[in-house]
Design a protein around this ligand. Structure first.
Ligand SMILES: [Zn+2]
Length: 216
């Protein structure tokens, strides 16, 4: 079963933030807040990553799921949303350029977002940062005043970055997206795969920029 991490035990800015660590080819799932929880990415939703037992263990009941945000419409991040929707009625936020893959399955729960939109959570506002390259509608969620970045599959720990060879991937776009992120003040980075980075995450992003520039 996927492990659950109480991130507040690692950093005071992350009180009431939990991570369900993706098992196998599955994204991490982040849970923000308790009463009106926002969930960032949902995992692959297979038998190894069944979502609800973990949410229940954190203390999230179906009526507590207020919003789901999908950083990009790949299965390993998005398919778990359908398990959540079996019990719960959250709005599901997807960047408008990735909705073509998923809109028909989400119906009126779908909320299309774009660069600069603000998604309110119980803890802080999340700013939508459009970071295409891994997919056309890939996005990061940024807590500007706290320097927290949910980086999806754009940037990973240790200077790694998302692949750009997928169906709507683009080297040029991913390079520009990482360039854009490298201008941000980021202390904490919570990526779609891998472990959290709790300090100096902006150095991690600058390393990713050096790495991706070498492909040119
Ligand atoms: Zn992906």
């Amino acid at each position: 079963m996927p492990k659950i991490f109480n991130l507040g035990e690692q950093h005071p800015k992350l009180k009431d933030v939990y991570m369900i660590y993706g098992d196998g080819l599955c994204s991490n799932i982040f849970v923000i807040g308790k009463e009106k929880a926002t969930i960032i990415d949902t995992g692959v939703g297979n038998w190894m990553n069944p979502v609800w037992p973990q949410l229940t263990e954190i203390g999230i009941k179906p009526q507590n799921v207020d919003k789901v945000i999908i950083t990009h419409a790949h299965h390993d991040h998005a398919s778990g949303v359908f398990i959540i929707l079996e019990k719960s009625k959250p709005k599901v936020y997807v960047h408008q350029r990735d909705t073509k893959y998923i809109a028909s399955y989400l119906g009126d729960t779908l909320v299309k977002v774009e660069e600069g939109d603000i998604i309110q959570t119980e803890l802080w506002p999340l700013e939508v940062i459009w970071t295409p390259g891994h997919t056309e509608g890939g996005m990061c969620l940024y807590v500007r005043e706290e320097g927290i970045l949910f980086s999806g599959d754009t940037v990973f720990p240790e200077g790694n970055f998302g692949n750009f060879s997928g169906e709507s991937g683009s080297y040029r776009q991913l390079l520009n997206s990482i360039k854009k992120l490298s201008q941000f003040k980021v202390e904490i980075m919570l990526a779609g795969h891998g472990a959290p980075v709790y300090e100096d995450a902006e150095n991690n992003i600058k390393m990713a920029l050096v790495g991706i520039e070498m492909y040119a």
